[in-house]
Ligand binder design. Sequence first.
Ligand SMILES: Nc1ncnc2c1ncn2[C@@H]1O[C@H](COP(=O)(O)OP(=O)(O)OP(=O)(O)O)[C@@H](O)[C@H]1O
Length: 352
Amino acid sequence: MIELSNVSKTYFSNNKGNGSHAIHALKEANLIVPKGTIHGVIGLSGAGKSTLIRCVNLLERPTSGTVTVDGQEMTSLSNAALNRARHRIGMIFQHFNLLTTRSVFDNVALPLELMGQKRHTVRERVIPLLEMVGLADKADQYPAQLSGGQKQRVAIARALASKPQVLLCDEATSALDPQTTSSILELLRDINHQLGITILLITHEMEVVKSICHRVSLISDGELVEDSEVGDFFTAPRTQLGREFLNDFLQLTPPKELIERLVDTPRDNTHPVVRLTFSGDAVSTPLISRLARECGVDVSILQAKVESIQERTLGLMIAELLGTPTQTQQAMTYLESHQLQVEVLGHVQRND
Ligand SMILES: Nc1ncnc2c1ncn2[C@@H]1O[C@H](COP(=O)(O)OP(=O)(O)OP(=O)(O)O)[C@@H](O)[C@H]1O
């Protein structure tokens, strides 16, 4: 288990001649990642993701707060004890961080050599790891001879060499193409499943969260602002930033031509344009035809999408509601009463 308790990190950057300037990269962060789960932390660039993950193995020492990994409070350890504790925490990076002058075998062997293990023990550990990541035939090759995906597989084998309980993934797929990304995510999922390793990953990609995480936290300006089950985050994000991530991921924004015509307040002969989000039973209920029957409102669908997220179905739609102001208001109330989220994007004048 990983537990961050009120963890803050402040950097001081020196402005030439103007003294030092404080950057509050992490503010009172609280996070619990139960043993054997995969937890994602998503946020925009500069939000504090790297700082957060580097605080777990104390590559960055928190300014305040405590970090506990598998019952051991990392922040209180001596340097020697911290080095030993780090053997229980593997880490992989966006740019792999392999040693270019060492072969694939020797990269994976390195942590074991640093632990003082004998050559034959090292061999007994490295060969099965290379088999597990599908690179047994590349043992004698060098990083320059490998693709990005293969390099990350070597890095994963190296991270697992010391039999860690926890694996930290710092944007591990951000430098990879989509197909390679999905094969690396599949490998991480297998590692979690077969070895029961707890995985904490940071990413700016919703696809990564959707593919392998059980829970997700959203970080914004150094604060953890949401912590949800992945299915809940994708069906009902609680913050505006969460909704923006979701809309970007689903690419469900109104057409540019429509955005230009949207006005904030209703006028004569305008109609509301709404974004509807629905999940569970609402996906299979014929609500749109019922709106026409029960509220007298016609629905002009501008965009629609159905996504499957961890055995839950999520529907999204951007639509114009056509009717009198009273009718369209009734329609929105009707939709909300059937567990749809209704967001009014603006009002638009009919062209016809
Ligand atoms: N060593 C450092 N010294 C000073 N400021 C730093 C340092 N490392 C990070 N920061 C600042 O802390 C804030 C958080 O940075 P961090 O790298 O944790 O964010 P991030 O979410 O990982 O960003 P990205 O996705 O772009 O890597 C940023 O404002 C960054 O400029």
